[in-house]
Design a protein around this ligand. Structure first.
Ligand SMILES: NC(=O)C1=CN([C@@H]2O[C@H](COP(=O)(O)OP(=O)(O)OC[C@H]3O[C@@H](n4cnc5c(N)ncnc54)[C@H](O)[C@@H]3O)[C@@H](O)[C@H]2O)C=CC1
Ligand SMILES: O=C(O)C(=O)COP(=O)(O)O
Length: 631
């Protein structure tokens, strides 16, 4: 078979032979843009000589003839400036309110798809696209309606990457597949303004009073409100939107604006005059709650019976984030018993909410139909932001907001592949050791034979991914990792410890700048949270937590216990676990000369809360911490 056409990289001008691949120096080959103006790159797999010989090898793509202009399908209302920009590049087709079946039909002839929050881009949609779809543009922040794994799988299915790269390809997304890009900043202010609008509407019964007047009534005593002055506002989730709400809350006259966000920077909060507090403090102190955390496994249903029960009686709640962070049935109960006085909801567990939603019909609940991002200005902003990103993606360029962009050259991928899971696992483990006050910076120490020649972009990105994806909606990749960390006020420092031998990486240490930890043994001598790991065989291992040596695979669930080393303690822990039916797959114990010990146990399942309480109830156990799945 003939080699595909050569093309030169825009960055380094070296010849590249793949239309959408990066060259070895990280630049993009220029055939992809050419391909989209004159030909279309399709995922035709070229069998290499070595594959025919029974081995798998790197498989380039081939350019074939295709229509001149790409087809861009827009399935939700997009601002005119965005449409105009897209029309300069491709044929724009708008088709709103498609059923899933209609979308699956239309997608077959699309090169790009632009959506907002209502279009579900499922596995079936990617399958139906048959490899033609190159980019999905989300005109807004949340990409929870896009099946990112399927965007990934699609490219794997069509391009079958070499076996040794599959794991890394899974993490980092494709060189040849469907990109997903979003517009994460242009609607921040709009969402914050909507939060403020709902706070005001709630405190003065604006919506209910309006409906009453329009119904011919004049109920002045029924709609007496409450003042904002003298009250405390708790901003729950102090990211882009939350911090803008806090800034505006201070201007509105709230006596105190506090924020709960275990991962936010205290410096950033203090600069806005906001005090970061713990979850319990926020619940106990606030009169108004404004929710701005993403929906993640950790935040799902976090406003439940227990949380409402800890609030001041008569608290008011506004949710412009995601419906799933509130347990809707629990909120209805809290409203029934007066624990919560009123709520204003822009988002719902299911949208549009079904007829039996327990909140929508209530007079003490104000609802808007997911309008947070719906201002003219924000929609123009996201339309332009997403159009630019989609055009760039169609031209084979990287967008800073790419959610699954091409990453690094195949050579670097291959070399660093064993360490990718390690870097992400250490980031995930480290952040789970942080207490409620967060951390200020990340320090990475590479013990490597390459010294400072080691290309750390990928590993650094994976550590940041491990950390940030536990705490934000952002999807982290090589392109945006440093920017996302910087935006959160996180400083990153890297140190190289030169090692003898040929190992690319002997150990990686991730240390977070804080003394606030859920597990004090995780603090190193420098009083920072630190974890160290290495790769043995192809497995990632956690080898040190704070000053304690451990030896445990970084997969699955890890239980850390700190204890006084005495005969019988290990057996007592094992007995508690086994009596609860929790299987221990592996165990390592590290003891200091003064009998201070840390035990690391690999568990087959998450230990229930009461089991941890039982463990800390044992006289010799001083603390416990669980590093959960997704490591
Ligand atoms: N209603 C609407 O139309 C809109 C809704 N949104 C939603 O608003 C939310 C926030 O968006 P951004 O501020 O842009 O995201 P962001 O990623 O900038 O901020 C999210 C913040 O939540 C914090 N967080 C994570 N886990 C937490 C936890 N367990 N407890 C407390 N805080 C936690 C993170 O540390 C981060 O600071 C997202 O869910 C987004 O989808 C955004 C725009 C419009
Ligand atoms: O950007 C977000 O996350 C939003 O929730 C806005 O959704 P929308 O674009 O208005 O459907």
């Amino acid at each position: 078979m003939q080699a595909p056409p050569a093309a030169s990289c825009r960055t380094c001008h070296l010849k590249s032979w793949s239309g959408v691949e990066r060259c070895s120096r990280g630049g993009l080959a220029s055939t992809s843009s050419k391909a989209l103006t004159g030909t279309r790159v399709v995922a035709a797999i070229r069998q290499s000589a070595s594959r025919q010989a029974g081995r798998r090898a790197a498989l380039p793509v081939v350019a074939v003839a295709a229509p001149e202009r790409p087809v861009i399908l827009v399935t939700e209302k997009l601002g005119d400036p965005g449409i105009e920009l897209l029309q300069q590049t491709g044929d724009v087709e708008t088709a709103y309110n498609l059923t899933p079946e209609q979308l699956e039909e239309r997608i077959k002839t699309a090169d790009a798809l632009i959506i907002r929050s209502a279009t579900q881009v499922t596995k079936e949609v990617f399958k139906a696209a048959g490899g033609r779809l190159k980019v999905v543009g989300r005109a807004g922040v949340g990409v929870d309606n896009v099946d990112l794994a399927s965007a990934t799988d699609m490219s794997r299915a069509t391009l079958s990457t070499p076996r040794t790269l599959q794991a890394i390809a899974y993490y980092l997304s494709r060189q040849h597949g469907c990109l997903v890009v979003n517009a994460p900043t242009a609607n921040t202010v709009a969402a914050a303004e909507h939060g403020i609008a709902l706070i005001c509407a709630l405190s003065r019964n604006v919506a209910q009073a309006d409906a009453s007047v329009k119904a011919g009534k004049w109920e002045r005593t029924k709609y007496v409100g409450v003042s904002i002055v003298g009250k405390t506002l708790a901003v729950m989730g102090f990211g882009k939107v939350g911090s803008e709400v806090a800034r505006r809350g201070i201007g509105l006259g709230f006596e105190k604006v506090i924020a709960y966000d275990p991962y936010a920077s205290e410096v950033k909060a203090a600069a806005l005059g906001v005090k970061l507090v713990s979850w319990e403090e926020a619940l106990a102190q606030a009169d108004f709650f404004s929710l701005h955390m993403p929906q993640t496994p950790q935040t799902k249903g976090m406003f439940n019976d227990d949380a409402f029960g800890k609030m001041k009686k008569g608290a008011r709640i506004v949710n412009v984030a995601r419906g799933g962070v509130i347990d809707e049935a629990a909120l209805a109960r809290a409203l029934d018993n007066g624990q919560v006085a009123q709520a204003a909801l822009d988002v719902f567990q299911k949208e549009p909410p079904p007829a039996d939603n327990p909140l929508v019909g209530r007079p003490d609940v104000v609802c808007t139909p997911h309008l947070g991002a719906s201002t003219r200005e924000a929609q123009e902003g996201v339309a332009l932001e997403i159009a630019e990103a989609v055009v760039a993606a169609l031209n084979g360029e990287l967008a800073a907001t790419a959610v699954n962009a091409p990453m690094v050259s195949a050579e670097v991928l291959a070399e660093l592949q064993p360490f990718v899971a390690l870097a992400q696992g250490l980031g995930t483990a480290a952040v789970q050791l942080v207490g409620s006050h967060g951390f200020t910076d990340i320090h990475l120490t590479y013990n490597t034979s390459r010294g400072d020649d080691l290309d750390t972009r990928l590993l650094r990105a994976m550590v940041i991914k491990g950390i940030l994806e536990q705490i934000t909606t952002s999807t982290v990749n090589l392109v945006n990792a440093d920017l996302l960390a910087k935006n959160r006020g996180l400083r990153i420092r890297e140190t190289f410890v030169f090692a003898e031998g040929k190992e690319v990486l002997n150990t990686l240490k991730v240390s977070l700048g804080t003394t606030d930890t859920k597990f004090s043994a995780a603090l190193g001598q420098d009083k920072r949270i630190s974890v160290v790991g290495s790769v043995k065989g192809s497995q990632s291992y956690l080898t040190r937590v704070g000053t304690f040596d451990v030896d445990l695979s970084l997969q699955g669930i890890i239980l850390l216990t700190r204890q006084i080393d005495k005969p019988g303690v290990i057996a007592a822990v094992a007995t508690v676990l086994s009596s609860a039916g929790v299987n221990i797959s592996y165990m390592s114990v590290s003891v200091t000369p003064d009998n201070d010990a840390v035990m690391a146990l690999g568990l087959d399942q998450d230990p229930p809360e009461d089991l941890l309480a039982q463990l800390t109830g044992l006289k010799e156990i001083t603390e416990t911490c669980v590093l959960s799945e997704k490591i």
